[in-house]
Design a protein around this ligand. Sequence first.
Ligand code: ZN
Length: 83
Amino acid sequence: MSGYSPRGEAADSTCNFEVLDKSGSSEIEVCRRCGCVAIHVGPMTMRLDLASFDALTMGMRRAAYLLSQESNASPPERVEVLS
Ligand SMILES: [Zn+2]
């Protein structure tokens, strides 16, 4: 717990990433030296400090929960296709 800087300095060239999770086209890595997290999704990479990563994770969980509530509560809205 002592090496982590809460200021979340951007990852530098000394980063040493370790793969935490790999699923489908996404991969999550962490650098134990500076505590930053890299999220690879397809061709995109996002680098976050641990606090931002936590916030993002919580946001995504909430969003996923809300979406699942919506799809359980009522059938999806029908899109009328006019010919
Ligand atoms: Zn690092």
